[in-house]
Design a protein around this ligand. Sequence first.
Ligand code: UDP
Length: 246
Amino acid sequence: MKNRVSILGIPFDNISPEAAVEQVYAMRLEERAHRVVTPNSEMVYLAQSDPVFAKILRESDFVVPDGVGVIYASKLIGTPIREKVAGIDLGEGLIARMARSGEGVFFLGAKPGVADLAAEKLCEKYPGLRVVGTQDGYFKNVDEVIEKINQSGAVLLFVCLGVPKQEQFMAEYGPRLTSVRIMLGLGGSLDGYAGLAKRAPKWMIRMGLEWFYRLCKEPYRYKRMLALPKFMLCVLKYGKKEVAKK
Ligand code: UDP
């Protein structure tokens, strides 16, 4: 039985970051492209008004809480999730595994050149890593991209197209991927791996202040971040139930 906690209708896997890497890595043994999503409070809030997006999250193979807002919410409704699992760390944990096994990875998303830079940095850090393909996130012909991924023989695919585009991409095109076993929706992580978007200092991450660091660095995101208080109000009102279903 999976240990899951529902917050506003989205079932989160309640698991440590280390165990998350193990479980996701094990998914490659089953012959289909598994979908892994990393919702934060903003995404859960978006799901309340977008039933299609909510369904994509709900029906994913693995759902990790990538935000302290989700952790606070889980405590508030009396079913605490043990800790945040940052998508960028989950991705790196899998990269470390793949570097040891020699299985191929493909980076899809971000601005032209970023995925290649991320590949270069990660290959330096994890000798043995095989990045078998990259593609920026501003492509015109999706069929060509699917073909490129299939030709690469990648087992692990990072999908970094922003929310909700990356989740929609995985839901729609996952079934057409022939070699991929794990798809991970990772937002701006390629920018992070490439060293273009710096993460908060460790002490801030530990104190749950990564969102504050991001707000200071990218103040234009404040509108998106307003979803956090709205999400909290929704949690107080509806708890585990999904609003969009009402
Ligand atoms: N992006 C993309 N294609 C698009 C829109 C966005 O590849 O059509 C990329 C963008 O360049 C960035 C990532 O998706 O690298 C989203 O970053 P953001 O910081 O918004 O993601 P978050 O982690 O907040 O969802």
